[in-house]
Design a protein around this ligand. Sequence first.
Ligand code: NAG
Ligand code: NAG
Ligand code: NAG
Ligand code: NAG
Ligand code: NAG
Length: 553
Amino acid sequence: MTNSYGAIDGYESVGTQPQQHNPAERSRSKPWIIIAGVVLCIVVIFNNPWASSSASLHLVPNNLDSDDDDAASADFTDENRALFYHDQLVDHFNASDTSTWSNRYYASTEYFKGPGHPIFLIVGGEGSLDHGMLYPFVTQHLAPYFGAAVIEIEHRFYGPYQPIVGRKATVEELIELLTPQQAMADMVRLASVFKDRIDCSSHRPSTEYCPVISVGGSYPGFLSAMFRLVYPNFVDISYAASAPLKLYDQSADPYVYYDIVTKAAERLSPGCAHAVRTTLREAKKLIELLPSVQDAVKSMNMCVDKVPEYITNVTKLSEEVMTAVSFIFADYNMDAYPPGPDLGLYKACQVFQENKTKSPLEKVTNFFQLSRELDEEKSADEDTCYDISLLLTDSDVSGNTTTEWSDAIDGNMWDFQLCTTLIDPIGVSSDSMFPPRKWSYEDLTEYCHREYGQSVTPQPFALVQNLGFDKLDESDASYILFTNGIQDMWSGGSYLEDLSDTILALNFENGAHHSDLSHVGPSENDTEDIREGFVKISNILERWLHEIRNQYN
Ligand SMILES: *[C@@H]1O[C@H](CO)[C@@H](O)[C@H](O)[C@H]1NC(C)=O
Ligand SMILES: *[C@@H]1O[C@H](CO)[C@@H](O)[C@H](O)[C@H]1NC(C)=O
Ligand SMILES: *[C@@H]1O[C@H](CO)[C@@H](O)[C@H](O)[C@H]1NC(C)=O
Ligand SMILES: *[C@@H]1O[C@H](CO)[C@@H](O)[C@H](O)[C@H]1NC(C)=O
Ligand SMILES: *[C@@H]1O[C@H](CO)[C@@H](O)[C@H](O)[C@H]1NC(C)=O
């Protein structure tokens, strides 16, 4: 992948060049799209103030007025201090393009015991990293345990520091530059410089060699696994939490995800599935009986003036409302750990299960009200009505197209990825508690053409053909640890079984979306399976580090 372009020295890679499209039309400005919050923080994108100029690793405070070029000021003690690598290549796969940008990252050597000890590389994903390091399990537990350094890299095109400076990237540029392959090449380049900086050898037999352990959850979990697969000479071990490889190689059942949401809701709050299913079915009929969109919107206490223009009749409105309900449930599902009555998923169930005298439309109204209350970002607004456009868009995209959502600007970039090579086929089956919704490549293609022009055609098999991650059990891939929360909808697209002696899967019965890497834990509130998981994960990594060391000594 990389070597044919000579961008990265000395790292083996597999596969061929990613399929690329013929650039054609420029993007029109796009509405905020219904797409997935898997990580997702809200940021404002502005132009990259860190014009690239000089060589090597620069460590500057997150201060837009100063650019500290003094290498001696290197400060890896504060894991939440934003640092910048000015020499990140804009395009790793075009040898004649040497332009660079400033890649934000975080690093910590707080527990580093020096050369010879591992480096945890936390993979950034589809959200701005404004608040420093993500995973306490890595920074506060694994790092001290292994005497390891930690580095976390912001994924290109997410957050304020963009590869294209001073203007919006064109669709043609995004097709080339906003890819998992480019993001991995960013990680190699940045982490190589970091390795040098902390005096680690890159020569495996050396006692100063620092093994690299990549870590990520969700899309970054996928990237973490790919990182080991594609750069086995640079990445020693991958820890990949809730990594939906079977989603991205198109081999998972597209209707499994909302079935899992349904089962998880039922497990957490018995009776939930029936209550939601019957309420939504009735609510849908009731909405469709109302004389106008206005009446229907008012009946659910939604803001009349914020209903997207494409909703011109009550049938469409009822479909969109049902879609919005399923998206909100999906979001709660991902966060549904540790189990208990504080969870959004539990509270959402209660809205449908309690108050038996309330009408279906009142329950739907209460559900949207709850989602407002639970959403810290939006609870500040004073509206007394619910703004459904926060979930939907001003173009008709929700029904059968992308299946995930966020209202952040980062969501725009994520939506683009979901229209290019990260294709996630996710429909809703009639076994789920939500009204069924079909999914098809045709609908997705239509949506992507409408949003980005004819040059953006989803390439469902480009990634798997390029990276070869569909036959891991037959490959010579090794040292990948998958972890899954069985309650997490994305476990439906993930490996739940060991694939070999060195490609292992740990499943947590109570776990939701990468709960082991949770943003808040580990804590006294962790369930037993996750607690045991922490020990198992540490033990597996320790064993593999020994094996890797012994291979060279
Ligand atoms: C590679 O980069 C050069 C220099 O920026 C540019 O002229 C050329 O169009 C690029 N090639 C591709 C295939 O993007
Ligand atoms: C309702 O609106 C949708 C979307 O605009 C349209 O496809 C559909 O035909 C309309 N249905 C009726 C019954 O008018
Ligand atoms: C049930 O109804 C009461 C009174 O309207 C309300 O205060 C309460 O929040 C409702 N419970 C749920 C779970 O919606
Ligand atoms: C979306 O899916 C629904 C239900 O599967 C179907 O009735 C509808 O025609 C689809 N809409 C489009 C635009 O394909
Ligand atoms: C554990 O849960 C309790 C009750 O919800 C909460 O008050 C406490 O802060 C939690 N502890 C941690 C470390 O998250």
